[in-house]
Design a protein around this ligand. Structure first.
Ligand SMILES: [Zn+2]
Length: 234
């Protein structure tokens, strides 16, 4: 297993390259580019969410708690007095940071479902949803955030997989294939739950229209793509 520093630098490398690319395409301004870079780096650290005792994961839950607490509280402003708002904030934060964290620590297995393509997709869709519904970004910005999350996530899985191959090239460690896998075959029910999560997040995701428009702009045959994706028989 690649260690924390390797994951951090790996994610910084791919995410900065991708951030510079989208900036040079003229897709983002300087501030959005920086945020996307940070999302990519977060994605590069996220798969080890199944090692709940590690500091980055505790930090991640604290951050998630803060983001969700503000997201929830903002929707009550004007309807609930300030002490009530503070209470809602604290309640959401404690539920996420401690409640959900404990559930996670209890039910996750290291290198289980969180080290899979399916989880990368779920994390990307969750980011797009969060950016759109909680932070209030545009659909296009939200999809970019989702894309950077997936990029960072896959960087992590690839680095874990590389670390399982002996660099001499002969001895292959037992952990080979435990990071970069489509889904977790040993735990079919967990995989099914993750698939369900992907579908739910897909339904609540922001519209794909701006993404398709950009694809169209770059000459992709969108009509054909749509027909293939939706089975509309082209
Ligand atoms: Zn890992």
């Amino acid at each position: 297993m690649a260690d924390f520093k390797v994951h951090l630098y790996g994610a910084v490398a791919t995410s900065s390259l991708a951030a510079l690319s989208v900036y040079s395409f003229g897709w983002t301004g300087p501030r959005q580019t920086l945020v996307l870079f940070l999302v990519g780096v977060a994605g590069g650290l996220l798969p080890d969410i199944d090692c709940p005792k590690s500091n980055p994961i505790r930090g991640f839950f604290a951050l998630l708690g803060v983001v969700l607490a503000f997201g929830m509280t903002f929707s009550f402003v004007g309807r609930v007095p300030l002490p009530g708002l503070a209470l809602i904030w604290a309640l959401v934060f404690v539920t996420v940071r401690y409640g959900i964290f404990v559930l996670f620590a209890r039910y996750t297995v290291h290198r289980g479902i969180w080290h899979s393509w399916l989880a990368a997709l779920a994390a990307g869709l969750a980011s797009a949803n969060l950016a759109y519904h909680a932070v209030g970004l545009t659909a296009w910005e939200s999809w970019l955030a989702g894309l950077f999350m997936v990029l960072g996530y896959l960087t992590h899985l690839t680095l874990d997989e590389i670390a399982s191959v002996d660099l001499q090239g002969r001895r292959i460690k037992r952990s080979l294939g435990s990071a970069l896998k489509p889904f977790s075959l040993e735990r079919p029910w967990t995989s099914l739950a993750m698939l369900l999560l992907v579908l739910l997040l897909g339904v609540s995701a922001p519209t794909l229209a701006p993404v398709l428009a950009v694809a169209d702009h770059y000459g992709l045959d969108v009509a054909m793509l749509r027909a293939r994706l939706l089975g509309g028989g082209a």
